[in-house]
Design a protein around this ligand. Structure first.
Ligand code: SF4
Length: 205
């Protein structure tokens, strides 16, 4: 929807959460700059072969080479889900995309809970299975972009918190009915396993 220019319909609650998230981002980047002698924040990434562009939250230099740091803040409920089940696909795919496109071998996904300041850090290496999955999904986006069409909906529980649901369903009732019938996201091809990461838990003062 982004590449075809369909805007997001952001409610006031989501806007407030985004503003809070932006403040936390700045604080986190300052933390990194204090802790690492070599740290670049808001690093632009653009690749014509992949056909993507974006901005990495940070790239830090470690004794074993550069590492991408992707930072997210989530509500307490989501944090618990992540604690129990591992990173969200949307977060993980973003980190893996940066690793693949930037040819950077390792990175970390840092997830902070608002407002408790609990933190999970998922350390990862570039995963070729994820690179392949992302490549297929991006090629699909490009194919639909070329003919200016949206692909089929991929209905799941995620539609309930999607800020574009009004583009996909004619009413809340229709959305809820469809989600009830297809609660689990089943993209094509299916999502690779989230494996090979180590995780640490902190409370940030
Ligand atoms: S409402 Fe559902 S199908 Fe439509 S864009 Fe959002 S997540 Fe995808």
């Amino acid at each position: 929807m982004d590449v075809l220019g369909f805007g997001r319909l952001i409610d006031p609650e989501s806007q407030a959460a985004m503003r809070a998230g932006a403040d936390w981002h700045k604080t986190f980047q300052q933390e990194l700059m204090r802790d690492y002698a070599m740290c670049s924040v808001e690093v632009t990434l653009r690749d014509t072969d992949w056909g993507v562009s974006g901005r990495m939250d940070a790239v830090v230099e470690t004794p074993t080479g550069p590492a991408v740091i992707e930072y997210k803040t989530v509500s307490g409920d989501r944090f618990q889900l992540i604690q129990q089940g591992g990173p969200l696909v949307s977060h993980w795919s973003q980190l893996q995309l940066y690793l693949a496109v930037g040819s950077i071998p390792k990175g970390a996904l840092v997830v902070d809970a608002r407002p408790s300041h609990q933190r999970l850090i998922f350390h990862a290496e570039a995963d070729p299975m994820w690179a392949q999955w992302l490549r297929v999904r991006i090629e699909r986006v490009k194919a639909y972009q070329a003919v200016r069409k949206l692909p089929e909906r991929e209905v799941s529980q995620g539609c309930l918190s999607c800020d574009r649901w009004q583009r996909c369903f004619s009413s809340e009732d229709e959305r809820d009915r469809q989600v009830h019938q297809h609660p689990v996201w089943a993209p094509e091809p299916s999502v690779p396993d989230l494996v090979g990461y180590t995780v640490s838990h902190q409370v940030v003062s």
